[in-house]
Ligand binder design. Sequence first.
Ligand SMILES: NC(=O)c1ccc[n+]([C@@H]2O[C@H](COP(=O)([O-])OP(=O)(O)OC[C@H]3O[C@@H](n4cnc5c(N)ncnc54)[C@H](O)[C@@H]3O)[C@@H](O)[C@H]2O)c1
Length: 262
Amino acid sequence: MTAVGGAGVVITGAGAGIGAALARRFVAEGARVVVNDLDADACRTVAAEVDGIALPGDAASEEGVQALVSGARAALGAEIDIYCANAGVGEGSGLDASDAAWDRSWDVNVMAHVRAARLLTPAWVERGRGHLITTVSAAGLLTMLDAAAYSVTKHAAYAFAEWMSVTYGAKGVTVQAVCPLGVRTAMLGATGEAGRLVLDDGAIEPEEVAEVVVEAAVAGTPFLVLPHPDVARMYAGRAADPDRWLKGMRKLQARLEPDPPA
Ligand SMILES: NC(=O)c1ccc[n+]([C@@H]2O[C@H](COP(=O)([O-])OP(=O)(O)OC[C@H]3O[C@@H](n4cnc5c(N)ncnc54)[C@H](O)[C@@H]3O)[C@@H](O)[C@H]2O)c1
């Protein structure tokens, strides 16, 4: 169990979408929240709204993460209790995605988590308590049509969260991976036809994600946080029969390509 009331919580990518909803929800539970976003104006707006601390900047680069963690520790006057590595990017689509898009996806969707964990874990292990919540995606358990770099890096983010839990779970570090399907944010709006096909129907509001995440954070369990419970069935289906699962996914893919080349 993590006491959320009074906890010092850092949320990356909290200037919009799921991160902003997490900031509101954690503050409603009595947490002291550090709001981070690359978009400084959005960051300051959300921080002002929730009476939080604005620390704009890049939550992915080594220098950016260092500045955020040290700035948050100074502003909170204490160790960070909960770090929500939430910022993410959905860049590129298929094989035409540039190396730069792959690099940015790797940096923001994966290395941001690794870099934060490097800085936070020693202090958390020493005091026997710490909590890392990563916003991954159902794409990290399954795959997302027309989003190669996103799917691959979200799988890596999920693997890193698992590795952290295995390695530090018995040393007082709680790790949770949040894997939503569609959530009505700017990112969903940018997914185009693929998003409309597989995400729009069951899409939920960022506030619903925040509700589930904060409830799981308080309980400290489960590891795999699923705001769309149906994802558990899909994930189990993929594991039980990968060929059947791939066949189903190819059917969906075919709907994106009404006239495939002969
Ligand atoms: N929206 C969905 O359908 C959906 C589904 C599953 C998972 N997710 C994941 O949820 C997380 C939040 O996404 P969202 O839907 O709220 O998107 P969003 O685009 O609404 O918000 C993301 C925020 O992150 C910020 N950001 C991007 N790179 C950053 C960086 N390097 N440092 C600091 N801030 C940065 C952006 O400026 C933006 O404000 C992402 O990790 C995303 O992959 C979203």
